[in-house]
Design a protein around this ligand. Structure first.
Ligand code: A2P
Length: 329
């Protein structure tokens, strides 16, 4: 039933409950993966300029749209204002660049990617100080950026606007200073990082929540290693309670982790470039967790943040950086 597969925003727009995440999918793999995702039935695709794959995604979307295999209005495309462009005057040129790369006239949802802002050099590389730490731009003004985000809706460049990686206080502040309420906050959310206070606040304020890293994002290890960070990450698909519930339903642990997100009223954007796993992650609409199973998974919270931005060493000095990692006190 269609009603079970969508979440409705505060402005009436509908977002498919499961989208395909594309962070850490290389340019070569992404075209095949997006093709496979569309074949499998995904219509919600999550990207960002930071992921470096908008042009490749755009090529696949153009092929599908030109061939009449999908209609634009059936797609739900999400992209984001990157941390290096988190300034009012950069909002419109930045979305226009994304739209050109995606070969689209509008996106369905445009998010402020991070509450903090980083500086870059003219060649696009990050500015670093003498200690090798990333240079932050502490002048970030969410309310002023939001005014420009609202103009994107008025100009038809984005159907909905929202935020990502925002804390409860940051969302609350924005709600006090907006004409158009944020439709969505995309945050890391899984059984080991539930952020109940933030999630419950967003729900109460009718700001929908999308869970990124819903499967624990094991792939971040390679990304961390590139930044010299070695960190043991939990394997969510190996948690006994998750495996037990999966066995009871004849489903995989990944499917249980995703179904739990849906059953608690959120959307999820699992990343995969593997056709079989892409299919599996979308095949979560023929079962439901019982109240006891939902409660069992709610009890697993350990406050383990996988994407703690330690790979942006120096960002912790930004006044809007709220996460805890090895570099914060
Ligand atoms: P792959 O792309 O090879 O499928 P997250 O969405 O939390 O960031 O997790 C993505 C990671 O989990 C990727 O490493 C992805 O690898 C893997 N993954 C995605 N779907 C599944 C699945 N159904 N079962 C096991 N691993 C999965």
């Amino acid at each position: 039933m269609a009603g079970d597969k969508y979440l409705t925003f505060n402005n009436g727009q509908k977002m498919p409950l499961i989208g395909v995440g594309t962070w850490q999918a290389s340019d070569e793999e992404i075209e095949t993966a997006i093709d496979a995702a569309l074949e499998a039935g995904y219509r919600h695709i999550d990207t960002a300029p930071v992921y470096g794959n908008e042009p490749a995604i755009g090529r696949v979307l153009k092929r599908w749209l030109d061939a009449g295999k999908v209609k634009r209005e059936e797609l739900f495309i999400v992209t984001k204002l990157p941390p290096i462009s988190n300034r009012p005057h950069e909002v419109e040129p930045t979305i226009k660049k994304s739209l050109a790369d995606l070969q689209l006239d509008y996106v369905d949802l445009y998010l402020i990617h991070t509450p903090f802002t980083l500086n870059i050099n003219e060649d696009g590389s990050f500015k670093v100080d003498a200690e090798g730490l990333l240079e932050v731009d502490p002048t970030t003004n969410h309310a002023a950026i939001w005014v420009e985000m609202e103009k994107l809706v008025e100009k038809g460049l984005a159907k909905s606007i929202g935020v990502s990686n925002f804390s409860k206080d940051q969302v609350a502040r924005l709600l006090k200073n907006c004409k158009i309420r944020p439709a969505n906050n995309q945050i890391e959310h899984h059984v080991y990082l539930q952020q109940r206070d933030l999630v419950d606040f967003c729900k109460a304020e009718n700001v929908s929540v999308t869970a990124y890293s819903p499967l624990g994002s094991k792939g971040i290890a390679a990304f961390n290693a590139g930044a010299g960070i070695v960190r043991d990450l939990p394997d969510l698909m190996d948690i006994p309670e998750v495996k037990e519930i999966a066995a009871a339903h004849g489903k995989s642990p990944a499917q249980v982790l995703l179904r739990w997100i849906i059953d608690t009223g959120l959307c999820a954007i699992p990343k995969s470039t593997n056709p079989a796993r892409l299919k599996q992650n979308l095949d979560v609409f023929d079962f439901k967790l019982s109240d006891e199973e939902v409660a069992k998974l709610l009890a697993l919270d350990k406050n383990i943040r996988v994407c703690d931005f330690a790979f942006f060493h120096g960002v912790e000095r930004h006044p809007e950086f709220t996460f805890k990692n090895q570099y914060t006190k």
